[in-house]
Design a protein around this ligand. Structure first.
Ligand code: CP
Ligand code: NVA
Length: 311
């Protein structure tokens, strides 16, 4: 079913698990290098305002592997840079393209792109959300643990975009999540409220506290993100001071479940939010998590862009 994917909020739990099922099938097909036509005759724009290694490459590769074509649109090369309004740009994209993957600073930009283009827009990260990341991540948990319901994730760090989407997807999946963040860096209250409303229906338990050790106690997954997000470079010094102690290390793993695994959306800053030993160690499923971004992208494109598969 075609449509935009700007946050995970619009999904139902059933739709989420249907996407997980599709990711699993597409992963097998793609690993066997099967010829897939899910996006045959589709041209998909990749509009990025910020750097990206994983999201851009995984989406572009997934599109090509699904039989579609991509047009890379770095914002610095577009007339947007010279002041052309996003509405006018979006109207053109609506005529030339079949869908758009966009990474932007302000969430409103993906909303505007979707509204004025009339084509499906997939949010590849905004200040508010990183929904494709969270889908791929919880798929990875399902793959590694064999279930998600009643598992507990401890998220250690900044309560921003990645954390917001994890809250939403954990809520939909029925997975518990405790966020440990310093005062002033808690998740957006509106998003937390919406995630909690979903969690009430699925039985997930969502909490926000300050203490990383308390959050990690008994956790099956320890998850972290960078202390300084893209666009926050000016705050680097302050944030690095505030986030001292919000690091996934041996001490946190000790209080977690004995089979706990560690996740990170990447890029990682060894010695800041995670130690090098943990990132490279046996508990880390970070590389599998990153690999799954391509299969996750395929499942998401299949759900939101392809007209072939109706769930
Ligand atoms: N995790 C993630 O979104 O990575 P990139 O910034 O490299 O796309
Ligand atoms: N919170 C990070 C996520 C990077 C994938 C950022 O916005 O830079």
């Amino acid at each position: 079913m075609a449509g935009s994917f700007l946050t995970a909020q619009g999904l139902s739990p059933e739709q989420l698990f249907e996407i997980f099922d599709r990711i699993k099938i597409l992963k097998q097909d793609m690993k066997q290098r099967r010829s897939l036509r899910v996006l045959q005759n589709k041209v998909i724009g990749i509009l990025f305002e910020k750097p990206s290694t994983r999201t851009r490459t995984s989406f572009e590769s997934a599109i090509v592997r699904l039989g579609g074509a991509t047009v890379y649109l770095p914002v610095g090369d577009l007339q947007i840079k010279r002041g052309e309004p996003i509405e006018d740009t979006a109207r053109m994209f609506g005529s030339y393209l079949d869908a758009l993957v966009a990474r932007v600073y302000e969430h409103q930009t993906v909303e505007d792109l979707a509204r004025y283009s009339g084509i499906p827009v997939i949010n590849g990260l905004s200040d508010l959300a990183h929904p494709t990341q969270a889908i791929c991540d919880i798929f990875t948990v399902l793959e590694v643990k064999g279930r998600v319901k009643d598992l507990k994730m401890a998220y250690i760090g900044d309560g921003n975009n990645v954390c917001h989407s994890l809250l939403m997807v954990c809520a939909l999946a029925g997975m518990h999540m405790t966020v440990a963040c310093p005062e002033g860096y808690c998740p957006n209250l509106e998003i937390l409220k919406k995630a909690k409303a979903i969690a009430q229906q699925t039985g997930a338990d969502l909490a926000v506290i300050e203490d990383p050790k308390e959050a990690s106690s008994g956790a099956h997954i320890l998850y972290t993100d960078v202390w300084v997000s893209m666009g926050e470079e000016k705050e680097e010094k302050t944030k690095c001071e505030i986030f001292q102690g919000y690091q996934i290390n041996e001490a946190l793993l000790e209080v977690a479940d004995k089979d706990a695994q560690v996740m990170h959306c990447l890029p990682a800053h060894r010695g800041q939010e995670i130690t090098s030993e943990i990132l490279e160690g046996p508990r880390s499923i970070v590389w599998q998590q990153a690999e799954n971004k391509m299969y996750g992208a395929a499942g998401i494109l299949d759900r939101f862009v392809s007209s072939e598969h109706l769930f």
